[in-house]
Ligand binder design. Structure first.
Ligand code: ADP
Ligand code: MG
Length: 696
């Protein structure tokens, strides 16, 4: 009876039109309480609570925007579950955790961080009184390390399960055990898509509850021809929509930050060329955008101003913005995928799946009939896009997961109960990488070092660097470097002042190392009393570097807790470079030509990133290690430090040796040299004797 649904929706739309001009007016006119009662989930509130009361595990399916994320926690709280422990709700994305917690605190009329709080890595906004806690799935995973039964929680909502993020998948396996041990814990799994049976079966045939939808038809337009430049095509489409009389906001999907920035800039630019163009509020959203700017997408724009949101796939299901009528879908997203060529994960642009495409177009049909413009052909969609995205667990490096599970006592990872097990090669490769770092021994058990590494919320190599630094007496310095690496984008480069900011940045450069350059910047900031004025003078994001200080404090606490003393090496920064080498030797490159390097393990050519302190310094060391590879037009090594070839052999003996022939040649030469000197001495002596005899 889809027709009935549609009629119902039409009536509903008419009803809405009578009441208000547009949905965003509507949102501000209604009180928060009224808005809550208007959500689709509200009509089934009691029924849902009954199902939850009768079952330990419930799978809840509902369209994006039906109120799952913001309402379920509140319903459980209102029903008294918070009397027995916290109500936790996990999110695969940090932005969603923060933004939703803020919204819920407003709906509950409490201060964020008190009754309602959130926790993401390096940022815990909760207190003793927190009853509703939003967090990333990674945070709950770490909590389970110290509290395997999650005793502080009375209910856990695993939100956005359809995303199949790595941490959510691992949590599935762990929580399956926990619910067996704790019959009082409620587990709710929510999904925006219908493929929920798999979740139900995994948790022992749990009931699936579907929230009745309220969606409008969305007209889909495919591109007729293959699109060469999706940014350009999106900009054109956006202008076409905006410049023909129509109402309703616009949402554009782009793969990542760079494309979003370019798209926003181009729309602005071309709109400025049009006389008397209607007003347009252009709003970007991506995970690295500061949170005050992120919040802007939810604000109502002034009367007569259309909103145009340009987003990553964060707006696909995690965040819902009301009032979207038009969607433009570029057809791509960024995914982290293990790249065997470089032996590590790389964030790269990939075509989306059909499931993504359908979610994206669905965003146009929430408040009325909408339109979606797909910048790819129908045949692309049908024949080339995967039905759904490969779960992260099957395509990324699992080192961190292996480390975590090992320390939880999971002996045989191939036996762990995954919903979709990762390929065996993937597990073995991750174990190999941990063995290289010394976190696992030859039998695959955690070493002391491995056990220590688990304590830090960092990638294994970074944890190791910090731990090794203690023995090398440079933990003060390495702690700063690790903190700087954990916060993205310290420097900024404003438009029109590129040269000026580059010049300032160059002054900080330590010619042999980007890591040491980071250290230098932080130390300078510190000796200027952590001044914000100093930051703006030096083109440094004050918020970012303050975050570094905060992260540093948190990591320091962990070190103190585990009796790892902070020691400084003073000005002897060679030790710091050696410490970096001890954890990154597996990512080394050798100089090949002028400014050209080859990866020492794969033989692949790779390049210094133009922002590197080593770039264009006229100083190109023979050996370097790098923090990560960025794949754009070329393979760029980002954050690089020069190292001694002998350190590589000493610290990474499984990969490198000092060439024998070279060594023996060197030795032979030495022996020959000594012989020569001996001979010369003998000759000199003989000549002297001869001379003496002659003189007689
Ligand atoms: P679901 O999880 O089912 O997709 P949500 O609970 O996230 O749904 O959203 C329900 C409603 O709450 C949506 O209409 C959305 O517009 C609103 N909402 C969610 N977060 C915010 C926010 N940060 N600011 C304003 N409105 C929000
Ligand atoms: Mg949600």
């Amino acid at each position: 009876n889809e027709g009935d649904d549609y009629k119902e929706n039409q009536r509903f739309a008419e009803h809405m039109k009578d009441k208000t001009e547009s949905s965003s007016d509507f949102a501000t006119q209604k009180t928060l309480k009224e808005q809550r009662q208007f959500l689709p989930i509200f009509s089934v509130r009691q029924e849902l609570l009954n199902v939850i009361r009768d079952n330990q595990v419930v799978i809840i399916v509902g369209e994006t925007g039906s109120g799952k994320t913001t309402q379920l926690t509140q319903y459980l709280h209102e029903d008294g579950y918070s009397n027995y422990g916290m109500i936790g709700c996990t999110q695969p994305r940090r932005v969603a955790a923060m933004s939703v917690a803020k919204r819920v605190s407003e709906e509950m009329d409490v201060r964020l961080g008190e009754e309602v709080g959130y926790a993401i890595r390096f940022e815990d906004v909760t207190t003793e009184s927190t009853m509703v806690k939003y967090m990333t799935d990674g945070i709950l995973l770490r909590e389970s390390l110290n509290e395997p039964d999650l005793d502080r929680y009375s209910a856990v909502i695993m939100d956005e399960a359809h995303e199949r993020s790595l941490n959510t998948d691992v949590l599935f396996g762990l929580l399956r055990e926990v619910i067996g041990r704790r019959r009082d814990l409620k587990l709710i799994v929510t999904s925006a898509t219908m493929d929920s049976d798999k979740f139900a079966v995994f948790f022992g045939n749990s009931p699936v509850y579907t929230i009745p939808g309220r969606t409008f038809p969305v007209e889909i337009f495919f591109s007729k021809n293959v699109v060469e430049d999706y940014v350009d095509a999106a900009v054109k489409q956006a202008l076409q929509i905006h410049l023909t009389p129509s109402k309703g906001d616009l949402l554009i999907f782009m793969p990542g930050q760079e494309d979003i920035e370019v798209t926003c800039g181009l729309i602005r630019e071309r709109l400025d060329e049009v006389d008397d163009a209607p007003l347009l509020a252009i709003l970007p959203i991506y995970s690295q955008l500061p949170s005050d700017l992120q919040a802007k997408i939810f604000q109502k724009s002034p009367e007569g101003v259309r909103k145009c949101i340009v987003a990553t796939n964060i707006a696909e299901t995690s965040l819902t913005v009301d009032g979207i009528i038009f969607v433009i879908d570029c057809g791509y997203c960024k995914l982290k995928v293990f790249n065997p060529k470089i032996g590590m994960d790389a964030l790269q642009v990939y075509p989306i799946s059909q499931a993504n495409a359908n979610q994206r177009s669905g965003r146009a049909g929430r408040t009325g009939p909408g339109q979606c413009f797909r910048l790819y052909t129908e045949s692309n969609y049908k024949n080339e896009l995967l039905i759904s995205t490969v779960p992260e667990i099957q395509r990324t490096n699992l080192s961190n997961v292996v480390l975590l599970l090992k320390s939880l006592g999971v002996q045989d990872l191939l036996e762990f109960h995954f919903m979709d097990p990762p390929p065996q090669d993937n597990i073995l490769n991750s174990m190999y990488q941990l063995w290289i770092l010394g976190a696992l021994d030859n039998t695959g058990n955690l070493t002391t070092l491995g056990r220590q590494m688990v304590e830090f919320p960092l990638d294994p190599a970074m944890s190791k660097m910090l731990i090794v630094a203690v023995d090398m007496d440079c933990s003060e310095e390495v702690l700063t470097i690790v903190s700087m690496l954990s916060v993205p984008a310290i420097f900024y480069r404003p438009k029109g002042r590129e040269e000026e900011s580059d010049a300032v940045r160059e002054k900080f450069a330590v010619p042999e190392s980007d890591h040491l350059t980071f250290l230098h910047v932080y130390q300078q900031w510190k000796s200027n009393n952590y001044s914000s004025h100093w930051c703006s003078e030096h083109f440094i994001h004050v918020k970012a570097i303050r975050k570094v200080r905060e992260v540093r404090g948190q990591l320091k606490d962990i070190m103190v807790q585990h009796r790892m003393p902070l020691r400084s090496c003073g000005n002897d920064w060679d030790v710091v470079r050696k410490c970096i080498c001890s954890s990154y030797f597996q990512q080394a490159a050798r100089l090949k030509g002028i400014g050209e390097y080859v990866n020492m393990r794969t033989g692949m050519p790779c390049h210094l990133h133009p922002t590197s302190a080593l770039f264009g310094m006229g100083f190109t060391p023979d050996y370097i290690v790098y923090h990560e590879l960025v794949m754009t037009s070329k393979e760029y090594m980002q954050c690089v430090t020069s190292v001694d070839g002998y350190w590589l052999a000493e610290l990474g003996p499984m990969f490198y040796t000092v060439k024998e022939s070279l060594k023996t040649r060197h030795e032979k030469r030495q022996v020959a040299k000594e012989k020569l000197i001996e001979m010369e001495e003998e000759m000199a002596e003989a000549t002297a004797q001869l001379k003496a005899r002659e003189a007689e």
